[in-house]
Design a protein around this ligand. Structure first.
Ligand SMILES: [Fe+2]
Length: 267
């Protein structure tokens, strides 16, 4: 399975690779990233998803991933990076800026208290394991706040003249981007599947920079969909099937716009 996915990527000869989290579970995420780093020569930009933190604490997982990135120069953990200029292969001009954040379903959308959803995260991620339901919500809000804070700093570093920004994140930042079988999340799922605080930051940035095209790439829900909250803000939610890694789409950046050919090729 892993080898087929790696050869599928190699055959595409991409200029770069974007991975939106839930790479694997527990420590095996590191193995996947390591193998990917050895088998491809292009830059690999990624964020982590909730599954990547299983059986460990959030802090230690991130430390281990940052350490791995120091060993492989083309592995880039975007949560730990600033905004990254992506250059046109011919002109070498900056065609877009890439920004990434893990993000969390931060409990700020939907109805956390009445939700029937019981996430495995709360028993598998050490930070949540011993917390009461109330404290779990506090932690989710704090994790979302930190993601939004880092995102704000990165967006503020993007030059005023920038016309294109790509945001890679695991969790959809808007309820309208949280797809499941063609519908968007209700009040039960939204608290755990939407990072509302990141959405506030993104909407504000897009409103302040009307000439900047903001493209958000996310996942987490396993179902695909596209939503456009503002004329210059579009969110692509990629689909996934557990145990079947795939290439969700191809991102083409030129001097005019960012285009996405969406397809899914489960292995
Ligand atoms: Fe996830």
């Amino acid at each position: 399975m892993r080898e087929r996915w790696l050869s599928l990527i190699a055959n595409q000869t991409p200029a770069g690779l974007l991975i939106g989290g839930d790479i694997a579970e527990s420590g095996s995420s590191l193995d996947w990233l390591r193998q990917l780093a050895y088998s491809t020569s292009c830059p690999i930009y990624f964020v982590l998803g909730n599954h990547d933190f299983y059986d460990q604490s959030i802090r230690i997982t991130r430390q281990n991933v940052v350490r791995l990135c120091r060993e492989h120069e083309h592995l880039h953990y975007l949560t730990d990076c600033g905004s990254i200029p992506l250059r046109d292969a011919t002109s070498h001009q900056v065609a877009a800026y890439l920004i990434g954040e893990d993000a969390w379903g931060d409990g700020t959308c939907g109805n956390f208290e009445k939700s029937f959803v019981k996430l495995a995260d709360f028993s598998r991620i050490l930070d949540f394991k011993t917390l009461s339901q109330e404290k779990r919500k506090d932690l989710l809000i704090e994790l979302g706040r930190l993601s939004a804070e880092r995102l704000t700093t990165k967006l503020e570093s993007v030059p005023e003249s920038t016309e294109r920004v790509i945001i890679l994140t695991h969790v959809p930042p808007f309820v309208e981007a949280c797809w499941y079988e063609g519908k968007t999340a209700d009040e039960h799922w939204s608290p755990f599947f939407v990072c509302g605080q990141m959405g506030v930051v993104l909407r504000k940035f897009a409103e302040m920079r009307p000439r900047c095209q903001v493209v958000v790439l996310c996942g987490h829900t396993h179902h695909q969909g596209v939503t456009q909250p503002l004329e210059n803000l579009i969110v692509h939610t990629g689909q996934s099937v557990i145990g079947h890694p795939s290439i969700v789409g191809t991102l083409i950046i030129d001097n005019q716009e960012i285009a996405i050919d969406t397809y899914s090729d489960p292995i």
